[in-house]
Ligand binder design. Structure first.
Ligand SMILES: [Zn+2]
Length: 153
């Protein structure tokens, strides 16, 4: 068994415990697409010539691109954590060796933020609801318990 030293027990940023799934950045993207709608893509004329822009990729008069496509980029996932929590009732937990909003992203329920008065049965009900939601969103994944980046697994 692994022993841990120097952990401050009441600091949520130095340890973590989650029930949920570990999501890849691709999965996060498609989750954000379904929560926020797809990223916006805009198309602007590449030059000022008076031509039919849908006939070719490049302008026959000046040689510039007929259309310039710009795809909006999303901010860091942390910017949307609250929206995911509100709309899906799932928590976004990002943890990378104590650093928040970094590589390790989990979707589910943090096991460190239970209200004090909640009973074990109520906790199990919440975890069941969380699991049901995750099955719908990620049918090919299975929720599990993760601790401190999964090392204790
Ligand atoms: Zn042109």
């Amino acid at each position: 068994m692994k022993t841990r030293q120097g952990f401050v027990s009441n600091s949520s940023s130095t340890s973590f415990s989650v029930f949920g799934i570990h999501a890849s950045s691709k999965e996060i993207d498609s989750l954000l697409d379904s929560v926020l709608g797809p990223v916006k893509t805009t198309r602007d004329p590449g030059c000022e010539c008076n031509i039919n822009r849908d006939e070719s990729k490049f302008c026959p008069e000046c040689g510039k691109q007929t259309w310039i496509t710009t795809t909006e980029e999303r901010d860091d996932l942390c910017e949307y954590a609250r929206e995911i929590e509100t709309k899906l009732g799932l928590e976004v937990i990002t943890w990378n060796g104590g650093e928040n909003c970094s590589e390790g992203t989990y979707i589910g329920k943090s096991l460190e933020r239970w209200p004090k008065e909640i009973s074990t049965i109520e906790k199990l009900k919440i975890l069941t609801t969380t699991n049901d939601k995750l099955i719908k969103l990620f049918p090919d994944k299975q929720a599990d318990f993760y601790n401190d980046g999964g090392y204790d697994g």
